[in-house]
Design a protein around this ligand. Structure first.
Ligand code: ZN
Length: 219
């Protein structure tokens, strides 16, 4: 069960095509493995389509939004059992969901990792002036360097889990951090953690060594 879903604001921006590529990849990936998020997105897209069709150039009557929502809910088909993400992970539910596989060009074996030291590895999937998206591999029990942020950071767990303060994020969960957050995520014991992380701007490392190597790793 996915505990931490993307917010309505982010999902609306995604539905409207207003998210940049890095965050769009995170949202598309969570949508692909979580029935609940996919249901919310479907609902938003149907409302958007219905409102556009019915509104023309006239103002909407009061209560239109609720009426459309009620109509959609009364006619929306039930999701097919087993169509989404469950606790079991099989060959039909690989570590890398479809959107990520598209960037990697295959499954986990096709990822071109680069070492960040201490067993932590990364593979940059997308990089622009606005934001970047990368896969991170954190050995079970290992921690990321202590860091802050210049913009928003969205991290989606694909394998294992990590702890951030008193919160635990497992496969399918999205963690969001912003300029006000400084943290040291730690991979949960038991299984190595693989995450998809999208960041606006560079990270702000407090340790000397990470700051020295930072320019070389585009992190
Ligand atoms: Zn962070």
């Amino acid at each position: 069960m996915v505990q931490h879903q993307v917010s309505d604001t982010v999902l609306l921006d995604y539905a409207a095509g207003n998210l940049h590529e890095a965050f769009g990849l995170v949202v598309a990936t969570q949508v692909s493995i979580c029935d609940a998020v996919r249901g919310r997105l479907d609902e938003m897209e149907q409302i958007g389509g219905a409102v556009l069709e019915e509104s023309g150039c006239a103002r909407l009557a009061e209560g239109s939004y609720d009426a459309v929502l009620a109509r959609i809910r009364s006619t929306a088909p039930e999701p097919e059992p087993g169509s989404g993400f469950g606790p079991e992970r099989t060959a039909d539910c690989p570590v890398l969901p479809g959107p990520v596989r598209t960037y990697v060009g295959g499954g986990v074996a096709a990822i071109r990792w680069r070492s960040l030291g201490m067993g932590v590895r990364q593979a940059v999937l997308h990089s622009s002036k606005t934001a970047s998206a990368r896969l991170l591999y954190i050995p079970a029990g290992a921690h990321m360097p202590d860091h802050g942020h210049h913009g928003t950071e969205m991290t989606l767990v694909l394998q294992g889990a990590f702890l951030d303060g008193d919160r635990r994020y497992a496969r399918g969960d999205v963690a969001v951090a912003d300029e006000d957050v400084a943290h040291t995520p730690v991979a949960d014991i038991g299984e190595d953690c693989i995450c998809l992380a999208a960041c606006e701007g560079a990270l702000k490392f407090t340790g000397l060594l990470p700051r020295i190597v930072q320019p070389f790793f585009r992190i």
